[in-house]
Each structure stands twice: as structure tokens, then as C-alpha cells.
Design a protein around this ligand. Structure first.
Ligand code: FES
Length: 154
């Protein structure tokens, strides 16, 4: 069941859109913020609330790669793999993150703390190589800086 708070937040989005169903991406983000990810049951509840079919909403959820359809870690690391970051050492940065976390891209660390995902340009090319952890941007990365950053989340 969607909580009263989740429903309230979704309803608050309605005035911004002509149709209820147009709120679907925001609604998925809202429930994901509360639950960490969007399970099949949750997706069905949101679809029903927006008068959509689960298949329609699942198609939307699948299109947006930042809507998580399986459990993720407490923190999401998005490491930029676009051109400026490639030039400035993305591969080295990605490898260091993978080694430190003991996971590959798309996986979650054994302690459940981090999920590591690739992302297109974060709009911080002047600070390449760059990554985001949750809503926070980190640039000019090197292995030492990454270790310092990760230690603040442990
Ligand atoms: S290419 Fe990585 S932030 Fe733009």
C-alpha cells in the first residue's frame, strides 16, 4: 500500500501536469525516495493510483535508468563514463572504485552500503573525472580522494 505521505507527495504533483498519468516519473521517484527502490508490488500500486496499467508504468520505469527495479545499496555511486571523464582517467577511477568496493558496475557492495553505476555526463566536465554519490557531486577524482570520500560514508 502506498503510504499517506507518498500519496500526498504524488497528489501535490498533479497541478503541474494536464493528465494524472503524466505524473508517473515523479511518482516513481517519490516512492523510490521513500523505499529505496521500486518493487513489482510498489509499481502496481503506483500504476493503480495513476489509473495506468502496471505494464505501461513498467515501460516508463525501465526507460529511466535511475528508477531502480531491484534493491540497491544505501548510497548510489554514479561514475561518469562520458568523453571528458574518459580522457581524464575514467577507467582508472572506475577500476579503483570497483577494487575498493569489491564489486563491478551494476552491483552492490556486500555490506549493502554502495551500488556502483555508470552514468552519462554529469555536467561537471571541467572537474573530470567526476562522480556523484546520492545527490552530491565529486570532481577532480584520484584514488586518494576517492578513498577519503568513501570513508565519510562508512
Ligand atoms: S564527461 Fe564526465 S562530467 Fe562531463
Amino acid at each position: 500500500m502506498l503510504t499517506a505521505e507518498e500519496k500526498k507527495e504524488i497528489v501535490a504533483e498533479f497541478p503541474r501536469y494536464e493528465q494524472k498519468r503524466a505524473v508517473c516519473v515523479e511518482a516513481l521517484k517519490i516512492v523510490q525516495r521513500h523505499r529505496g527502490w521500486v518493487s513489482d508490488d510498489t509499481l502496481s500500486e503506483v500504476a493503480e493510483f495513476l489509473k495506468m496499467s502496471p505494464a505501461e508504468l513498467d515501460a516508463v520505469a525501465t526507460f529511466y535508468n535511475l528508477i531502480f527495479r531491484k534493491p540497491v545499496g544505501k548510497h548510489i555511486i554514479l561514475v561518469c563514463d562520458s568523453v571528458s571523464c574518459w580522457i581524464m582517467g575514467y577507467e582508472h577511477i572506475r577500476q579503483h572504485l570497483q577494487d575498493r568496493l569489491g564489486i563491478l558496475l551494476g552491483e552492490t557492495s556486500a555490506d549493502g552500503l554502495f551500488t556502483l553505476l555508470p552514468i552519462v555526463c554529469l555536467g561537471a566536465c571541467d572537474q573530470a573525472p567526476a562522480m556523484m554519490i546520492d545527490d552530491r557531486l565529486y570532481g577532480n577524482l584520484d584514488p586518494v580522494k576517492i578513498d577519503e570520500i568513501l570513508s565519510t560514508y562508512r
